[in-house]
Design a binder for this molecule. Sequence first.
Ligand SMILES: Cc1cc2nc3c(=O)[nH]c(=O)nc-3n(C[C@H](O)[C@H](O)[C@H](O)COP(=O)(O)O)c2cc1C
Length: 401
Amino acid sequence: MTGKTIVLGIGGGIACYKIADLASKITQNGADVHAVLTHSATKFIAPLTFQALTHNPALSSLWSEENNLESGKSAGMPHIALADGADLILIAPATADLLARLAGGLGDDLLTTLVLATRAPVAIAPAMNPTMLAHPATQKNLETLRALGYRIIEPDEGRMACEHIGSGRLPETAELLAHIEAILFPNLDLAGKTVVITAGPTRESLDPVRYLTNRSSGKMGYALAEVAARRGAKVTLVSGPTNVQTPQKVEKIGVETALQMLEATQNAFQSADIMIAAAAPADFRARCIEPQKIKRGACKTAEISLIANPDIVAQCAANKRAGQIVVGFAAETQNLMKEARKKLNSKNLDAIVANDVTQAGAGFDVETNRVTWITAQTAQEWPLATKTEVAARIWDEILKF
Ligand SMILES: Cc1cc2nc3c(=O)[nH]c(=O)nc-3n(C[C@H](O)[C@H](O)[C@H](O)COP(=O)(O)O)c2cc1C
């Protein structure tokens, strides 16, 4: 990171202590690091800590006489000097309050003022109690910030300092470092590629109130889309219903049923170089959707008649042009390798990502995955990794075709 100037914006949250470690690591990495604390942050951690770790003055006020600096250092207009000189502003932890002030365009302290005054990329890592994070006002502020082009680093899930369990933890230093590197040194090896990715489950209605679906969260497909967009690809994400945030620079087409997913995917595939089918579309749908809610009545049993849905990835791969690459996923509960190889061959795929969804940390609705990458020539078992790391590795392998 030598030659790069990073402003570390620190909000008044309990996760402040973690940022001292990050400040130390990026300074050791060669970056010129400037800590800017909100007034509340100084209640949690002393500016002196950052001053000692970064070898630069740590600022907490717009007004130079309040910054406790030796005379002459960063005097005058620190918000402009820092805003102009930064290659990146990382705000971590970003409190609910700070998100609101940034979303509102306020400049009521040094940190918010310098964010308004900079042209550098701004990354924001929110960290707070899960209920504060889920509050509609916080969610609306995050949406606004995304729309303004700020990069939001998604909080982790787990046990919080307040003893609640849920989403809102500041990611570990290693993950924050990975985000910083990705922003400072963007790898654009997918530039010029058009890709279509399917993600999530589908819903197949039985009657006006009920549907068939599955446990897919969509997280793997969204991670593939996010990494591809970050690496320069033009990405269309055809997604069933999920709770996952659409990554920046990704065109999302929301669908509900497998038939809708087929139509949207086939359309996008026509102009795509690469397709990855990470969705879990329903294999079957109801033969007929009841127009009225099915009543319990006197019967002790009920039967639903199902018909098979089309196989989306197989239909696309059957019509692929020379040069088009199609990668499928095989989520299995037994005979993983045998089933995956069968799908690779019968569906005319270039590669298949196989995962045994019964294994801990793999498969549905978790942040990690343990997969085997299979092509006609190889089968590589990859270790347990975050879905983002697995996605990056999948794209690395696809680029080798
Ligand atoms: C002990 C303690 C811990 C707090 N932790 C958080 C937190 O993790 N996230 C958060 O959004 N607010 C947290 N707050 C509330 C903020 O400190 C408060 O909203 C403050 O106004 C934030 O100011 P700032 O956004 O200027 O840093 C905490 C408050 C206290 C007293």
